[in-house]
Design a protein around this ligand. Structure first.
Ligand code: UD1
Ligand code: UDP
Length: 353
């Protein structure tokens, strides 16, 4: 088959890496980079480190308001699809690039394949929730990482073409963990000892775009008793400056966004993860690290149910309390498959479901 894949944001590069590797053994892939993320440390670094094939098309969209960004991607992906006439379009996750790609293909009657289908936060104020619901309803093949995702789709009447193949991020994590141990020297360069610091990420719109929430989060982070390492998303960096909150980060080791190998090295050696990222919540689980999620709800409900992830919202006291006391049980059951999600995806991609 000839598959056109649309990627645009950091987590999508990471998800595409294991899938492209397997997909290209038996199929032709046309890779379209929308340019939603464009800084070298938000984009190029992942293509280099993870040996992702160079994009066949780079649309250069850049940042913008939701409508403008989604609309520009829609228009430009449509041009590529008309030129390339692929048999199917593949999208990942829940970004504006995901929705725009799915919409462009569906209007041209090109079947849409969605990897990481069926996730729901049930919070329609999140741009990601709108993107996922719509993308799932436009897709004819839906690859779910978890059982909950399959159930969420069934509850919306989507049962045809649904497969549970595990999580491609787990494939990426397993594949790269050994490489990270060999190649990453971020602990040394940052003067960090294993299990002596807390790793933190903050970028979710509901936190960054609400000054009260962001202030609570930064206050909590500034009071954590061990060193805090914060690879800072450009969105958050800009807003922290605009709101004049930089003084709250004086005691924090603020880094530019790091590459994937450095990130998983930091994750594997942290005491705890404090985050509002979707992908990082899962990676905490893969690494066996307690996760504190600064959100009011999560799509990755299983990680909470089994006691490895706790939700604190953007509440300073709750975050600090969790950093001090949250302790998961010994047992860490399989939730995200066996690290063969990409292979299972390619096997099932053209099967009737
Ligand atoms: C996007 C996704 C989000 C995902 C995140 C992963 C949507 C609606 N959101 O959020 O689901 O979790 O990516 O990181 O698609 N910026 C830069 N350089 C870059 C990229 C962004 O400076 O390379 C800054 C710009 O000021 C931009 C802002 O970050 O306006 C937000 O970028 P955008 O892609 O709109 O959303 P993210 O917050 O990155
Ligand atoms: N990540 C990274 N460097 C960083 C921060 C995150 O490589 O500085 C990786 C992280 O390991 C995970 C992915 O980016 O694989 C998560 O992306 P992000 O948090 O931007 O988005 P989300 O998963 O919330 O959509």
């Amino acid at each position: 088959m000839k598959i056109a894949t649309v990627v645009g944001a950091r987590p999508q590069f990471i998800k595409a890496a294991p899938v492209s590797r397997v997909l290209r053994r038996a199929h032709q892939e046309i890779l379209i980079h929308t340019g939603q993320h464009y800084d070298a440390n938000m984009s190029d670094i992942f293509f280099d480190e993870l040996h992702i094939p160079r994009p066949d098309f780079h649309l250069g969209i850049g940042s913008g308001r939701h409508g403008a960004q989604t609309g520009s991607i829609l228009e430009k992906v449509e041009d590529v699809l008309i030129q390339e006439t692929p048999d199917a379009l593949l999208v990942y996750g829940d970004t504006n690039s995901t929705l725009a790609g799915a919409l462009a293909a569906s209007k041209l009657h090109i079947p849409v394949i969605h990897i990481e289908a069926g996730l729901r936060s049930f919070n329609r104020r999140m741009p990601e929730e709108i993107n996922r619901v719509l993308t799932d309803h436009l897709s004819s093949r839906l690859f779910c990482p978890t059982e909950t995702a399959v159930k969420n789709l069934a509850a919306e009447g989507i049962t045809k073409g649904v497969f549970q193949n595990g999580d491609v991020m787990y494939d990426a994590f397993l594949y790269n963990l050994e490489l990270a141990k060999e190649k990453s020297n971020i602990l040394q360069t940052q003067g960090l000892n294993p299990k002596s610091y807390v790793l933190c990420t903050i970028h979710r719109a509901e936190n960054t775009d609400d000054p009260a929430r962001l202030t609570q989060i930064l206050k909590a982070v500034s009071k954590i008793s061990v060193p805090v390492v914060l690879p800072l998303h450009p969105r958050t960096r800009k807003i922290v400056h605009q709101l004049g909150l930089t003084s709250l980060l004086e005691r924090v080791k603020v880094l530019e966004p790091v590459g994937y190998l450095d990130m998983i090295a930091l994750e594997a050696n942290t005491l705890k993860l404090v985050t509002d990222s979707g992908g990082v919540q899962k990676e905490a689980y893969f690494a066996g690290v307690p996760c504190i999620t600064m959100r009011d709800e999560t799509e990755w409900v299983e990680t909470v149910e089994v006691g490895w992830n706790c939700l604190t919202g953007a509440d300073e006291e709750k975050i600090l309390e969790a950093v001090e006391r949250f302790a998961p049980p010994e047992h860490r059951p399989t939730i995200f498959g066996e690290g063969k999600a990409a292979e299972q995806f390619v096997e099932m991609m053209d099967k009737e479901g």
